[in-house]
Design a protein around this ligand. Structure first.
Ligand code: PEP
Length: 248
């Protein structure tokens, strides 16, 4: 049985003043059935993990593929673990687009996350042009194969399907589109890792998830939760999504 997960990605938003959102989340959803994770900017991980206790997990949005070295401005998975992160997002489409991260880079980062004993949340998703040209499943298949190293299990990896055209746009994939891709991902994972292992890997949907559309998305085939950007910044909005997930 896969435990559902609500993961928030604050992106480059938030200062220490925003940590009150964590207090509100703990107060209102600290006993949620679903696993709740917030990935704030790296500058807030230490303070947030100290404040969040075990009821809310704290993660990072990226890491370097090496454990240490001459990489000015970068942060390693070991360093993130040291300040209290339990998860690291790898391959978010904004990193792929803004920093030219390839599938091979994402796989190397995912391996680094595992080596530090953390859980990787590996993001994949097609652009609007790729969807319009009928390439969605080819793109997803290639990203899945290239971004996840051998050895993925439900204990070290979560996969987030995030259509690029639905991130931060208010445009949500239809239930049919989400089901098609999530069923495809599950089948690809089964072909590669075996049905039993594939069954343990959680598949999150991401792309303009809000309290108002969450229930419908969470009722969709092979959706085990959500990776949420904008609506994770406020505890009241994210709480509505957590409640919908607990009820699904
Ligand atoms: C994201 O950043 O992963 C995301 C899904 O953003 P939003 O919910 O704002 O579309």
């Amino acid at each position: 049985m896969r435990r559902k997960m609500a993961a928030g990605n604050w992106k480059m938003n938030g200062t220490r003043a925003n940590l009150v959102e964590i207090d509100a989340l703990i107060r209102d959803h600290g006993a949620a059935k679903s696993e709740v994770l917030i990935c704030p900017p790296a500058t807030l991980i230490h303070a947030m993990s100290g404040r969040a206790d075990a009821r809310i997990a704290v993660g990072a949005q990226d890491c370097h593929m090496s454990a240490a070295g001459a990489h000015t401005g970068d942060v390693s998975a070991e360093m993130l673990a040291d300040v209290g992160a339990s998860h690291v997002i790898t391959g978010h489409s904004e990193r792929r687009a803004d920093h030219g991260e390839s599938d091979a880079d994402v796989a190397a980062k995912t391996a680094a996350v595992w080596a530090a004993g953390l859980v990787a949340i590996v993001c994949i998703g097609e652009t609007l042009a790729q969807r319009k040209s009928g390439d969605t499943l080819n793109v997803i298949g290639a990203q899945l194969a290239g971004s996840i190293p051998d050895g993925a299990t439900g204990a070290n990896t979560v996969i987030a399907y995030e259509p690029v055209w639905a991130i931060g746009t208010g445009e949500v994939a239809t239930v049919g589109q989400i089901a098609e891709v999530h069923d495809f991902i599950r089948a690809e994972l089964a072909a590669r890792f075996g049905a039993k292992a594939a069954d343990t890997l959680r598949l999150l949907y991401g792309g303009s998830v809000k309290p108002a559309n969450a229930a419908e998305i969470f009722a969709t085939s092979n959706v085990d939760g959500a990776l949420v950007g904008g609506a994770s910044l406020k505890a009241a909005d994210f709480g509505g999504i957590i409640a919908a997930l607990d009820a699904a």
